[in-house]
Design a protein around this ligand. Sequence first.
Ligand code: SAH
Length: 352
Amino acid sequence: MKKLIDKLYELNNLDDKELLELLKGMNEEDIIYLKSKALEVRKKYYGNKVYLRGLIEFTNYCSRDCMYCGIQRGNSLADRYRLSLEEIMSACKMGYELGYRTFVLQGGEDGYYTDDKIVKIITSIKNKYPECAITLSIGEKPYKSYKEYYKAGADRYLLRHETADKKLYESLHPTGSFENRIKCLWNLKEIGYQVGAGFMIGLPNQTYEHYVKDLRFLKELEPHMVGIGPFIPHKDTLLAKEKGGTVEMTTVLLSIIRLMLPEVLLPATTALGTLHPTGREKGLKAGANVVMPNLSPISVREKYALYDGKICTGDEAAECRMCIERRINSAGFSVDLSRGDNILWRDRRYVY
Ligand code: SAH
């Protein structure tokens, strides 16, 4: 296994057979070695820095029925909310004062926010905070909409592919098309966004073969960001009784992704922190270099419940900001509050 890990480190790639062998065959010692190599690579490109992004969950209305998700349309028990432009701006103000220079606007696919409304939100933030980066995470939209948001000033877009296996994707997304999700990612890239793809770990019926497909897709797409996290069941969904993902599998995949895409921006996600008290720290030590603390008003935090047990729902933004800094420092890293662009993108070395 050590040889395979060295090969992955040298070439930033392995063939599918080798990836499968690695995923299936590593013992504890191999995993420690894999993580040490991933940490070495992240330090080479990003030093000890961890970028912070302020996350604003601005709507939990959703027209989709993703089986794993607590805010799916069919969940009649979800207590729905929307933030007004003023509430979004006041979350940004709070974030700006706490030092954040990236705001991530995430929500369900909510038709209430027409393209005009989204553009208004983007321009309002950009007018007030021109040096801040705006990341959108609002699902699948037509090319034209993505283009409008980009022209209005959106810098980045997060759209996890969720799983790169068409059959598994379709089993989890009764109202979605796998092809469209993938097409959206290519569209976003073509338009010029810094793009984030990613997948969940521990979905029902997910196998090592599926992870190999995810890794292969990421290698092909070459996104600037990759968000991965464990699937955590939500009590009011049909998947409530499923097992969900583990910290160990998630951190192993974080390390492999760091070695395959050395310059990628890789968050240690809230879901990882939900599974284990120091889950995010474990993620950082496995090669992650981004954390996204919550900036949403406390009154709505619990309502944005994609899964059960979500952490940080009761902490003021300022507390979250300080808590996360302490955690980052205790894991041996330091906070970087700049925009934190992907270094390849920043250096314009990408050729489209
Ligand atoms: N509507 C947007 C944002 C979705 S929420 C979009 O479609 O991209 C952000 C991410 O949360 C999803 O992409 C999914 O990967 C993750 N997620 C949803 N339900 C989850 C669950 N039960 N456990 C863990 N992660 C979940």
